[in-house]
Design a protein around this ligand. Structure first.
Ligand code: ZN
Length: 187
């Protein structure tokens, strides 16, 4: 089951008016998203679709910089596994081909692994920020920390919950594996 995560603004308050479209909605039975443009909630159906554009991003000190091709409207995973919950990681997953490290970024990266050691948790040696990493769920993909994308290119974020504490079950039920497939591979 996919749980539509309620955003922190609405904890304890199950209905709300969208500030953009004024629709009253209930987060329990509608899909909804965070409109970054207005910083407010907005009810609409959003998927990882629309035109693919280039997003730039990186770490805090800017030693690690990258570009990623992805839609403007994305689906992000809010995971509760041991490391994501500590780090507050909310990420979207793209096929590896869509991701490119820029300049000498590689020199500033280091990697932490644990457990199965499948996921490669890369982070900047200078500022410590994980702006992207190689997820266990998608060996052919890259997980991008959505808050590390430079402002201005993401329009809508749909938040999905990933139950990383019950990783295997969530892996089977969430469909996360398809996130790193190119469109032609999905068809
Ligand atoms: Zn850095």
């Amino acid at each position: 089951m996919i749980v539509w995560e309620s955003y922190e603004h609405f904890d304890g308050n199950r209905t709300a008016d969208c500030f953009v479209c004024s629709i009253n909605f209930n987060p329990l039975n509608s899909t909804w998203c965070l409109s970054l443009m207005y910083g407010q909630l907005h009810t609409r159906e959003f998927r990882m679709d629309g035109d693919i554009i280039v997003h730039n991003g990186g770490c805090h000190c800017r030693k690690v910089r990258w570009r990623v091709q992805a839609p403007k409207n994305i689906v992000v995973w809010d995971c509760n596994c041991s490391i994501c919950s500590m780090r507050g990681s909310v990420h979207f997953i793209v096929p590896s081909k869509m991701f490119e490290l820029l300049g000498d970024s590689k020199e500033f990266l280091t990697t932490y692994t644990f457990g199965t050691h499948t996921a490669k948790h890369t982070f900047c040696k200078v500022c410590g920020i994980t702006s992207f990493y190689f997820p266990r769920s998608n060996p052919d993909g890259i997980a991008i920390t959505f808050k590390c994308v430079d402002p201005g290119t993401l329009s809508h974020i749909e938040i999905k919950h990933y139950d990383g504490k019950n990783w295997e079950i969530s892996y089977d039920q969430s469909g996360v594996a398809s996130c790193s497939k190119l469109n032609e591979e999905v068809k």
